[in-house]
Design a protein around this ligand. Structure first.
Ligand code: AMP
Ligand code: MG
Length: 392
């Protein structure tokens, strides 16, 4: 059986980047840049005042100084500041020629157009032209996932319609005869379908466009219909359930019937062992284990990095290092295992009540997941571990 690390390498290597498209600036948060962002102007574009005050020659301080002009932000100075003179200036306005210093308005007294500096020390309070950004400088690179602060960079450099990777279209197909939809009351021996909705949320958080195709019943015919349709119409197909060893676990077989080459069908990880990944010329297919915690964890560990890689982004999950507030144990140590933890007020990792891969409510209290490496059945209190944060 392959390790999680091997499975990760296989899915990342399979990801072919999607074509790019232009989107309006207001829609680009969360998208992945497909072009470099190059400064078309210097920032600041002129020597600018950092403060509201008076621009003058430092040698003339403390004055009194003759006031020659008032410069608002957005205005170009018209007067040169000569010996014994000053111009009143607002934050962000261009420094007038001749001035080498701006003292703050709080340290001034103005009487009949003559201004005196009342402070003891003053900085120059001038931001030199191009000190933040030089013209022609590359500010962001392709593959960068756009956050709000990046939107500001794009806006300031005139990228009104940045080029970003197309969002992968992702079909979500839960499988199982026992499933009813959330608006229904389950009969005896039925449960509600939670995976499909969880997966749609996770797909969105990875930049994908989820398309929920409805529950596929556990018959070869029902599965075949949904899968063949999904493969034709979408970039990625996510199935949940039907991938283990039961009589009705038909997903891998139906994927093969549809021309999907299975690259792996088991991973030595807990939860998530019966995970299937396959490729066809038309789509990438993941068969995720049916238990909701397994589906969730495999998505976080494999599918999310894969979907972002399709968009050209190398996903690095947010990780904090934390000491364990208590000892964690497990019975079998033959597989890598991931367990949910919460971070306490001191930043230490604590257990959340967790009964196993069907216990979806446990994840609602989790701040992150920690790994038991293969062979380790005990993680002692005080040990510092990497906590992979769950943030959306
Ligand atoms: P399976 O892999 O199909 O045998 O499913 C494993 C377990 O996950 C079973 O207990 C299923 O009832 C449960 N399960 C499968 N699909 C879903 C779903 N969409 N939502 C919630 N639980 C599910
Ligand atoms: Mg099933």
């Amino acid at each position: 059986m392959i390790s999680l690390a091997q499975a990760y390498e296989i899915v990342i290597a399979a990801a072919r980047p999607l074509p790019a498209e232009r989107v309006p600036l207001v829609e680009c948060r969360g998208r992945v840049l497909a072009e470099p962002v190059v400064a078309d102007m210097a920032m600041p574009p002129f020597d600018k005042s950092m403060v509201d005050g008076y621009a003058c020659r430092r040698v003339d301080l403390p004055g009194p100084l003759e006031l020659v002009e008032v410069i608002a932000a957005g205005m170009s100075p018209e007067k040169i500041v000569g010996r014994g003179q000053c111009s009143k200036i607002m934050t962000g306005a261009p420094i007038p020629e001749g001035a080498d210093c701006v003292f703050i308005v709080e340290h001034s007294r103005e009487v009949d157009g003559r201004v005196t500096w009342t402070g003891e020390h003053t900085a120059d309070n001038i931001v030199p032209r191009a000190s933040d950004v030089r013209e022609g400088e590359t500010l962001l690179h392709p593959g960068h996932a756009v956050r709000p602060q990046d939107v500001a960079v794009l806006a300031s450099m005139g990228y009104a319609e940045p080029l970003v990777a197309r969002r992968p279209s992702v079909a979500v197909i839960p499988t199982g005869d026992e499933l009813v939809e959330p608006g229904e009351k389950p009969g005896p021996s039925q449960i509600r379908n939670s995976n499909a909705y969880q997966l749609c949320g996770q797909v969105e958080s990875a930049g994908g466009l989820p398309h929920y195709l409805g529950v596929a019943r556990d018959t070869g015919h029902a599965l075949h219909e949904k899968i063949s349709d999904a493969i034709r119409k979408h970039d990625v197909v996510l199935l949940s359930g039907g991938v283990s060893m039961g009589d009705y676990d038909l997903v891998p077989g139906v994927l093969r019937e549809n021309g999907v080459e299975i690259l792996f069908d088991k991973i030595a990880v807990q939860p998530g062992k019966p995970t299937v990944f396959g490729v066809s010329p038309e789509a990438f297919c993941f068969g995720l284990p049916g238990n909701p915690v397994s589906t969730f964890a495999v998505f976080e560990l494999l599918v999310k990095p894969f979907l972002l890689k399709l968009q050209g982004h190398d996903y690095r999950p947010p990780v904090v290092r934390a000491a364990l507030a208590e000892t964690f144990t497990r019975k079998v140590a033959s597989r890598e295992a991931w367990v949910p933890v919460t971070l306490d007020a001191e930043g230490r990792a604590r257990r959340v009540e967790y009964h196993g891969s069907a216990h979806i409510a446990a994840l609602s209290f989790a701040d992150g997941l920690i790994a038991f490496p293969v062979g380790d059945s005990t993680l002692e209190e005080g040990r510092v571990v990497a906590v992979r944060l769950l943030r959306h």
